[in-house]
Design a protein around this ligand. Structure first.
Ligand code: EPU
Length: 420
């Protein structure tokens, strides 16, 4: 079977404007959340990515009418049915776990395949399960490929998360929205996507306060109605284009961003020596290599995002000395390292820290093991000598709208090929 690959001939200087899409990690929670509405919902500004298409198709499996056109999704749940969601589509993305919280909220019951997503090492969902159980759900995990969640009634509870988890915070918030009484989530994730989901639920009639802090209070309501909501800009897509501009941008305008959401990256890029001008909802980024070496440690928001650890790495080859990148969220998120070594990069990873030394990258055949590793390899390809071929690009399409077309418009020598 033919497979699609991305090819890049490095060395071009990029110039122009990029419009950032709605946030993937908000969209993938807000689409499931919409199934709890008893009247029509409209979502604007969705990213054109395969994860969104998969979730829309999961809604259709529940007999929901869903029409996606020009980044706007109209959802009508009038004829909704509580059907089991088996493995195939569910396991193609991690965020399908949000169907659990939303279906539990709507029906008090669901049967759903196990979530998949990027292979970043162990990614348990024990904190989600702990939250659902605290709300009164019984979980049957006896089937190796699916889970059954069922509650006679959902009742609010105080839930302390042992680990700060974006997914568990949102999933518990979804189910608790329809529980009787009050739920408090302590040690909650503070990511902007959590706030976006809470704002959407509140626009449907939920009573949630404290989203964006470590303590979220949810007072359950007996029904939710439809609303219209615009997804916040994707801070990780924005951050990726900031790294692209810093790697090879003569001058790039990155439009439709919330500068505060990318602040931890902006600060690091400025430490490297990248030239950045910040406007209300845009940034102008210019490459200024050679850079100063920097050290990076990923942390939960508002720390340096784990999702930008791989995309920033190629910039560190353009620095004047060794840099260290320490990953604290997913200590095994270093599958880009052997690929970069194939490109003659001086990089090693050991016990959750990568050591990166100045190097001239050379084009090679490389494999995108996960979404952000794919973004990293694209940036590496842009600064490498010669042609880089990236395999397994489906991961990249899960999270970046038309990245090849956008880079081509900016002046990159990049194209898609079908290989036998
Ligand atoms: N964790 C547990 N138990 C749980 C849940 C999480 O041990 O029940 C651990 C995870 O293994 C990880 C840490 O807690 O070590 C944080 O995981 P979190 O739950 O916050 O991650 P997630 O919700 O599964 C989301 C994003 C990821 C992003 C992380 C961290 C979505 C769909 N995914 O994942 O995004 O890396 O938060 O910010 O929102 C990406 O976009 O490329 C991506 C992987």
């Amino acid at each position: 079977m033919a497979q699609e690959v991305i090819k890049i001939r490095g060395g071009q200087k990029l110039k122009g404007k990029v419009e950032i899409s709605g946030a993937k990690n908000s969209s993938v929670a807000i689409i499931p959340a919409a199934l709890m509405a008893e009247s029509p919902v409209t979502l604007d500004g969705l990213p054109e990515i395969s994860d969104v298409e998969t979730l829309v198709s999961l809604l259709e499996d529940l007999n929901i009418k869903a029409a996606l056109k020009d980044r706007t999704l109209s959802i009508d749940t009038t004829d909704i049915k509580n059907a089991p969601l088996p493995n195939n589509k569910v396991e193609s993305l991690r965020a399908s776990y949000y169907m659990m919280g939303a279906m539990l909220g709507r029906f008090n019951k669901c049967v759903i395949g196990l979530p998949g997503g990027c292979p970043l090492g162990p990614r348990p969902i024990d904190q989600h399960i702990k939250g659902f159980k605290a709300l009164g759900a019984k979980i049957d995990e006896s089937n190796p490929t699916s889970m059954k969640l069922e509650a006679e009634r959902l009742v609010g509870a105080n839930i302390y998360l042992d680990i700060v988890s974006v997914g568990a915070t949102i999933n518990i918030m979804l189910a608790a929205t329809r529980a009787e009484g009050q739920t408090i989530i302590e040690n909650a994730a503070k990511e902007p996507e959590v706030v976006d989901v809470a704002n959407f639920l509140n626009s449907m009639g939920a009573k949630i306060s404290g989203a964006g802090t470590s303590s979220i209070k949810i007072t359950g309501v007996s029904s939710l109605s439809g609303s219209r909501h615009s997804i916040i800009p994707d801070r990780i897509e924005a951050g990726t284009y900031m790294c692209i501009a810093a790697a090879s941008g003569e001058e790039m305008v990155i439009d439709n961003i919330i500068p505060e959401h990318v602040e931890p990256l902006t600060v690091k890029l400025k430490e490297l020596g990248v030239k950045i001008e910040t406007g209300d909802d845009y940034m102008v980024v210019k490459a200024a290599a050679p850079y100063k070496s920097v050290d990076i440690k990923t942390l939960v928001y508002p720390g340096f995002a784990t999702d930008l650890q791989q995309p920033i790495t190629p910039l560190l080859f353009l620095a004047d000395g060794p840099s260290f990148v320490t990953e604290t969220i997913y200590p095994e998120r270093f599958k880009h390292v052997p690929e970069l070594q194939n490109m003659k990069a001086a990089i090693t990873a050991d016990q959750g820290t990568a050591t990166i030394k100045p190097s001239q990258l050379v084009g090679a055949d490389v494999y995108a093991s996960d979404l952000r590793a794919g973004a990293c390899l694209i940036i590496a390809g842009l600064i490498a000598e010669g042609v880089t071929t990236i395999y397994n690009v489906r991961h990249i399409y899960r999270g970046y709208s038309n990245i090849v077309g956008t880079l081509k418009e900016l002046g990159a020598d990049i194209w898609i090929e079908q290989q036998a």
